[in-house]
Design a protein around this ligand. Structure first.
Ligand SMILES: Nc1ncnc2c1ncn2[C@@H]1O[C@H](COP(=O)(O)OP(=O)(O)O)[C@@H](O)[C@H]1O
Ligand SMILES: [Mg+2]
Length: 361
């Protein structure tokens, strides 16, 4: 998977810019607040239909403009592909090879990328939301089935939560089973996919972590609860759990059981990394998870993803930078930093200087 060209039009602080990328390491460098991350964000947006930094797409539109557009020309395992997004105030249009796609899900899997930035420390330090978000985005990129189940689950969950706030308790109790029946069906798909994904991710992250720390520490990822069995068995058990939570759910006004409450446990040498790991350990653990993600994409889709390293080099010590770069070999990498020469140690790179939302020739 190689992105050849990226066109940005009224996207963030870019007016009109064309990036030409090579298949190795592409370095976007320049002072702070010039547009390096914005460019990396555009790539990620085309891969996933979302950005890690925003709540509303409209934030991507250049101030004072009506519409932003992003287009990438890439080569994946099937040949050339063109991905486009036109982003308006309240809607967007996505196109693959010029054909408008109806659902964002259809964008997934055309172009995979793994995004690593200092913000990814949240993956370890913050609450379960961040870890679920990681799983959801990562699994969605390799499984549209998961993504669809997730969207439907979320929609039913929202409706169920609305119902729980209803005053007429007998009506609520009458209607809940209808929602529950659908809810557990999608929940089981989500749970099964997450279980399979984690069973791939954990050993790969462990291996990457051992590599980065020279085997000094051991990283382990597990789910915070074990759902065994087939989808049918998971559904049945969850169904019973939902019924058992009716009282609590009614009292609290939201659904307290289900995969939207699950977490991933991250253990370093057997201890919960959250609240225990140092900054350095946290960074290494998060990076290991991201490198594992790269490997999973490579295995599941048969080709490596684009690795986006946003502002992470300066925070890693020298041996780790070198190790990271050696892991990035054979991948297309988009790397942002303020000082290109200091981080790369003679690695052959395509350097692009950015200032004020423009490429400086
Ligand atoms: N929608 C927008 N319209 C215009 N400028 C924007 C928009 N969103 C962000 N910016 C500008 O982009 C700059 C930040 O770019 P960024 O890529 O994060 O910088 P860096 O080069 O440090 O990675 C800031 O100056 C910010 O004001
Ligand atoms: Mg930045």
């Amino acid at each position: 998977m190689i992105i050849k060209k990226l066109f940005l039009h009224n996207f963030r602080n870019y007016e009109d810019e064309t990036f030409s990328f090579t298949d190795g390491v592409n370095v976007l460098f320049g002072k702070n607040a010039q547009g390096k991350t914005n460019c990396a964000e555009a790539v990620f947006y085309l891969c996933t239909g979302s950005s890690l930094r925003i709540r509303h797409d409209r934030q991507l539109i250049r101030t004072g403009c009506d519409c932003a557009s992003v287009r990438a020309e890439a080569v994946n395992r099937y040949g050339s592909i063109v991905l486009e997004a036109e982003i308006y105030e309240n809607r967007r249009e996505l196109r693959v090879n010029g054909n408008k796609i109806a659902r964002a899900v259809d964008l997934l899997g055309n172009m995979n990328s793994v995004f690593f930035s200092p913000g990814e420390l949240r993956l370890i330090q913050d609450g379960p939301d961040e870890r679920r978000r990681f799983l959801n985005l990562s699994i969605s990129q390799t499984s549209r089935n998961y993504c669809t189940a997730l969207l439907r689950y979320q929609r039913i969950l929202d409706q169920r939560n609305m119902l729980l706030k209803e005053r007429d308790v007998s009506l609520v109790l009458e209607t809940l089973p209808v929602w529950d029946e659908q809810l557990v069906r999608y929940a089981a798909v989500i749970i099964r996919h997450r279980r399979e994904y984690l069973s791939l991710l954990s050993p790969l992250a462990q291996e990457a972590h051992a590599y980065l720390t020279d085997g000094a520490e051991e990283l382990l990822l597990t789910t915070d609860r074990d759902y065994e069995g087939t989808e049918e068995e998971i559904s049945a058990r969850l169904s019973a759990e939902l019924v058992a939570s009716y009282d609590r759910d009614l009292r609290l006004g939201f659904t307290t059981a289900g995969p939207h409450r699950d977490d991933v446990k991250i253990l370093i040498d057997g201890k919960d990394a959250k609240g225990y790991a140092s900054q350095g350990q946290t960074r290494t653990a998060a990076l290991s998870m991201k490198l594992a993600e790269v490997e999973i994409f490579r295995r599941l889709s048969g080709e490596p993803p684009v690795l986006i390293l946003d502002d992470v080099m300066s925070e890693l010590d020298l041996p780790r930078r070198k190790k990271l770069l050696s892991r990035a070999e054979g991948l297309q990498c988009i790397l942002t930093c303020t000082h290109a020469e200091r981080v790369l140690y003679g690695t052959e790179t395509n350097k692009i200087r950015i200032a004020g939302g423009k490429i400086v020739p």
